[in-house]
Every structure is written in structure tokens, then in C-alpha cells.
Ligand binder design. Structure first.
Ligand SMILES: Cc1ncc(COP(=O)(O)O)c(C=O)c1O
Length: 395
């Protein structure tokens, strides 16, 4: 490997949200990485820093080209320059779209379990969260994964109060990559019931080596013309603190509406590092990303094998994207419920391992583990997990 993912980077005292924890704790929760960004990105930012002037910026053609080239080469999807609007993040774009594309008290549909902030964007804007739970299925190897429940989905989309669907593609927290047929069906149903689709594709570049995701807008004309897609270099290249994303809206009337809304909310202008870092990521970060994917899917394999051999009552759901692992702990939780605490809180208290609780994503009984960290952290995390479950069992 050309890049080093093994050496720990001390993130204490850097105002890190993830590492704002107690002494001795191991944070494997919030979705950022414990790796330095690709040296190519750091170098581009260093040059920008050394220029020393940080006035108001514009969005240059290099930014559009970087997205267009990356999606053409990596995802076989041709983006038209005029479809793209800069935004300071995917979550700001989602909140803006919720406000602009729906009216108060209307339903915004989400498929649970799902990225917890979707709930905030809907609730904080006075809209109603309508959930269509994903279906758990297993294959002949006894592996579990999610599928969409189209009967339930159609029922919810049919409701005349439902006007927007937030699609997570690939899916956070399980890492499921939706296939073309599934996305086409979503597109057809949403068009049939006049529900706009917002496809959050922020995890799309973090796929298992050899596996690709399918851009929703590339599936059919129906999907393209009824969708807003949020994309960014931030998740795959660990640039979340730089606040940079793109909103892609191919259909012209919808685009005008969203473009106006992003500008009204003042989230369409870049800070001095937003453009530089994104362009460097897409233009020069490909090799780093491919090694990173090898590394984190190695981490995923380690967790899967460890759970199978040592804590078989915890089941890792299958997914070919993201560094977030979705672990079914319902067999453990059924056995004992000491102090009425959720399992994640119990494990944190007893072992210092900080995982996310499934309830935050709309699904009780699960744990979410972030493995975008050196393998030594994962090994330590697994020992703590085993210890935590063991103590829980004794309770
Ligand atoms: C599905 C999903 N969307 C959006 C975000 C955050 O996006 P941003 O930091 O650009 O607001 C995350 C972060 O984990 C995420 O998982």
C-alpha cells in the first residue's frame, strides 16, 4: 500500500465531535474517519492556505468538471454542468429541500432504519415523518440484509399528504446498495403519486472494491426528471468539516426551485477550502480512495469473522457500501435488560466503547459501528464489545 492507514492519528484537542469523550473511551460512532485526508488534498489546501487571502469565493469551472469527470469515470453517469449547484453540505441541502418542496404538516417519507439526521430535517421544519420500514431478508448462507417493502412503500406514497421521499442510496446504516430495478420501481411509484425523490448519495464512493453503486438519476428518464440528488467528496475523502457538497437537479423547473431555495437559505456559497479540497479529491484522490476501500472492507471482514467466531448472537447485516456496520443485537437484548438502559449506553459505560444505538436510526435493538479507523482500533473495539456483551449477559 502506498498510503498509511495503520498509524493512529491523535485527534484529541482538535475540537473533534467524535473524540469529545471521556478518558480511555474508544469512539466508533459518528461517521467520520480517524485517517488523515489524502496527501494530495492536504497539499492542495496547503497551497491555498499559503496564499493567505480568504475573501469571498466563487464556484469555478474546475469544480463542475471535477464532479462531471468523476461521475463519468467512476459511476458511468453523464452529468450536465448546469444540473449542479454548490451547497455547504448534504444536510443543509436536505433541510432546504424539505422546506421548499413540501408544505408544513405534509409527509416526508423515509425508509427505516436510516441516517438519523433525516428525522431532524423533517421534524425541525414542521413536516411529518412517514416511515416505510425496510424488510429483513436472509440468503442461503444465513446472511441478513435489507430489501424495500414495495407494498408498504406504495401505500405510503399513495397518501395525498406525502410529497417528498428521502432515499438513502447507498443506505446508511446498513450499507445496502440499491440495484437498478429497485431504484426504477421507486422512481415509477414516486412519479405515479407525484412525490419528489431526494436521493442522498453521499456514501456512493465508499464501496467494496469491485462493486459499484447506481446513481438514481441515471436509472431512467422518470427517475432523472423527478429527483434531486445530493453528492459530495466529504464522506469518502473525510472532508466533512470543510462543508462542501453538490446538489444535482436535471429537471429545469425543479432545479430553478431548488437553486432559489439554496440561495435564499444562504447555503450556496463556498468557504475558501471547500472548492480546493473537493477538486483535489476528485482529480487526484482516486488512488488513495481505492486503497482506503481495500482497508475498510478488510476491517469489515475482521468484524464479521470475529462476531461469527466469538459473539455469534450479534449478527452483522450485509452491505457493500460505507464504513458503518449495522449489527443486530436483538438476541442479546432479549436475554436481559439491566437498568432499562440501551445496549450501546451499557457497553459504553462498562467498557468505554462508544457505538451508536440503533434506536437513533429508527430501529431498536441494533448497534452501529464505524470502522473507518486503524485496524488496531477495530481489534480493541471488538474486545471491548465482547466484554460488554458478556457483562450485559451476566446482569
Ligand atoms: C446519509 C448521510 N447524508 C448526509 C450526511 C452528512 O452530510 P453533510 O456533512 O454534507 O451535511 C451523512 C453523514 O454521515 C450521511 O450519512
Amino acid at each position: 500500500m502506498r498510503y498509511d492507514f495503520d498509524t493512529p492519528v491523535n485527534r484529541k484537542n482538535t475540537n473533534s465531535y467524535k473524540w469529545d469523550i471521556r478518558q480511555g473511551e474508544l469512539p466508533m460512532w459518528v461517521a467520520d474517519m480517524d485517517f488523515k485526508a489524502a496527501p494530495e488534498i492536504v497539499e492542495a489546501m496547503r497551497k491555498r492556505l499559503e496564499h493567505g487571502v480568504f475573501g469571498y469565493g466563487t464556484v469555478p469551472k474546475e469544480w463542475y468538471q471535477a464532479y462531471i469527470r468523476w461521475w463519468r469515470d467512476r459511476h458511468h453517469f453523464e452529468i450536465d454542468k448546469k444540473w449542479l449547484v454548490f451547497c455547504t453540505g448534504v444536510v443543509p441541502a436536505i433541510s432546504t429541500c424539505v422546506r421548499k418542496l413540501t408544505a408544513p404538516a405534509e409527509n416526508v417519507l423515509v425508509q427505516t432504519p436510516v441516517y438519523n439526521i433525516f428525522f431532524n430535517s423533517i421534524r425541525n421544519n414542521g413536516r411529518n415523518i412517514l416511515t416505510s420500514p425496510l424488510r429483513e431478508v436472509s440468503n442461503s448462507n444465513g446472511e441478513f440484509y435489507y430489501e424495500m417493502d414495495f407494498d408498504d412503500l406504495e401505500l405510503k406514497l399513495k397518501n395525498p399528504q406525502t410529497t417528498l421521499m428521502l432515499l438513502c442510496n447507498p443506505q446508511n446504516p446498513s450499507g445496502r446498495i440499491w440495484d437498478r430495478d429497485t431504484l426504477a420501481r421507486v422512481g415509477e411509484l414516486c412519479a405515479k403519486y407525484n412525490v419528489t425523490v431526494l436521493s442522498d448519495e453521499i456514501h456512493c464512493d465508499i464501496t467494496k472494491p469491485g462493486v459499484e453503486y447506481v446513481p438514481f438519476a441515471g436509472v431512467s428518464d422518470i427517475c432523472r426528471d423527478n429527483s434531486v440528488t445530493c453528492i459530495s467528496a466529504s464522506k469518502a475523502f473525510n472532508l466533512a468539516g470543510l462543508q462542501s457538497a453538490a446538489v444535482m437537479i436535471p429537471e429545469k423547473n425543479l432545479r430553478h426551485k431548488v437553486w432559489r431555495a439554496l440561495n435564499t437559505d444562504e447555503v450556496a456559497e463556498p468557504n475558501s477550502f471547500a472548492i480546493t479540497s473537493t477538486v483535489a479529491a476528485f482529480e487526484e484522490g482516486g488512488e488513495w480512495l481505492d486503497e482506503f476501500r481495500e482497508y475498510i472492507f478488510g476491517n469489515r471482514k475482521l468484524v464479521k469473522e470475529y462476531l461469527r467466531d466469538n459473539i455469534p448472537e450479534l449478527i452483522l447485516f450485509e452491505g457493500d457500501a460505507t464504513y458503518l456496520l449495522w449489527i443486530d443485537a436483538r438476541k442479546v437484548i432479549k436475554r436481559v435488560d439491566p437498568d432499562n438502559k440501551n445496549l450501546a449506553a451499557f457497553i459504553r459505560e462498562k467498557t468505554g466503547l462508544y457505538l451508536s444505538d440503533g434506536g437513533e436510526y429508527g430501529m431498536e435493538g441494533f448497534l452501529r459501528m464505524n470502522v473507518a479507523c486503524p485496524r488496531s482500533y477495530v481489534q480493541e473495539g471488538l474486545l471491548r464489545l465482547a466484554k460488554g456483551v458478556h457483562i450485559y449477559d451476566q446482569g
